[in-house]
Design a protein around this ligand. Sequence first.
Ligand code: TXA
Ligand code: MG
Length: 360
Amino acid sequence: MANKHTTRIGLSPRDLHTPAGQQILLQSAEILLAGGTVAFATETVYGLGANALNASAVEKIFAAKQRPAWDPLIVHISSAEMLERVAANISLKARRLMEAFWPGPLTLLLSKQAEVPLLVTAGRPLVAVRMPAHPVAQALIAAAGMPVAAPSANRFGHASPTTAQHVLDDLDGRIDLVVDSGAAWCGVESTVIEVGSECVVLYRPGAVTATEIEAIAGPVTVHQAPADAGKQIIYEPESLPSPGVGIRHYAPRARVMLVDVECVPEPVAREIWLQSVRDWGLQGKAGVMLPTGWPIPQEFIGFQYAWGNWNDNSCLAQHLYAGLRALDAMGADVILSPLPAKEGLGTAIRDRLLKAARKV
Ligand code: TXA
Ligand code: MG
């Protein structure tokens, strides 16, 4: 593994074009080209990058994250040339979606070029590709001149990192460098889709919504993982079309309990919430993801995370993982959270919380 401690260097988007900024980019690109690992901010969450065309570099990502080999990686690109280098037979519909949403939080599954190592796609014929919008991510990929494979920079299954400190909390000493560009803007990972001739299949909801995709590319089918169908089914993730969709994921150490207040006005939601916190009989080691102004019982003696305005999904998304991580760090054994409605970014927040609450 890498050094005892991972090096952390600050690079804000506004310093990218200064001599110091250029120097940091050069240093990061050198590490990537030498087969090392660099964590960096994207607009969604922090990613752990390695040269996507170098199998032994990509192997280091799996080792650092303790990620099983069956879970494939997203390849990040910064130009049209890089797209052609990693993907083949791109349909017109897929290209229209790229034009509409790239750079940005949309990942497309495309036919892979032979040059992409099988390790990246977990032996699958399709490769996941995305062009991030964060200026530091773009500049870093461009400086390396190589597509960069980058999953979220957390230990496998854990809540994604939205700050450089979160990355270090999970991976210090296991990776070569983290470039600290402040908090990621969006807070939940990209939307993952496969563009078929009939319809678009949505595997992971994210900041680009099904409605927005539908407006460009026609009907969208939301893929249901087996256990989402209501029962806990034991199955092999290898057999899923997108293996990350059906497992416990995005999770803190504490057990996550959810209060579904979908489809009720906020005052009613607050009442249901208050009653639920009481009913769970939460004691000393409980934590709550608490929207601004929401009540907790007077007798509550657990931990609280001030989540933000319940009517502002961008704010809730931005602080979701920070909140789960903070409550873990405070020592919560159980985290109770209200579940936002399936609207806009709310769909992605729901998806992550439901996966974090799963037992397997
Ligand atoms: O916003 C994001 O997408 C972040 C930032 C860093 O870009 N990345 C990210 O990567 O969330 P990761 O590895 O944590 O999640 C990627 C998801 C996983 O659920 C994986 O199973 C799925 O995409 N995936 C990746 N490549 C795939 C492929 N070739 N076929 C099917 N699913 C794939
Ligand atoms: Mg991840």
